[in-house]
Design a protein around this ligand. Sequence first.
Ligand SMILES: [Zn+2]
Length: 170
Amino acid sequence: MSDERLPLHIDPLRLARAGVQLRGRMPLAEMGRFAPLLATPDGEVEVELDFGIDAERRTFMKMRLRAQVNLVCQRCLGQVQHGIEVERLLGVVTSEAQAERLPAIYEPLFFAEEPLFLREVVEDELILSLPIVPRHKEGECAPAATGAGTDNKAGSARENPFAVLAGLKH
Ligand SMILES: [Zn+2]
């Protein structure tokens, strides 16, 4: 599955001059900041990168990310599947001043002397894409965790799974 490995570091200016497209996958388990936010760090993120230079001579990197991840539902504490689909148009800049001049269609991607650590860029976007409070859709929570009258009270729903577990021990 991980046959297409992406480079660890990239130089977006050089890749843009060459009009390079990169396609590959990254294992989620290798992401030190993103993996802990998941119920299970299984799977990979599909990464598509297109580098280029626009009509105004601005260097850009178009990034598309796709992944299926398991999050912890904050209502029943069960696993909830979440599909990530991110598309970003990043304008490569070397200074704050350049970033301020970027047209609104671009998000700034700062790049100085050192090559970019690609996984960090991908990881940042994945983290930003997650819902603040992951939850199953209404009515899709694990049935054991929802007692009568707790459906719309986050506080009591949070305690419920433990009550259920305690009940199972006897
Ligand atoms: Zn749930």
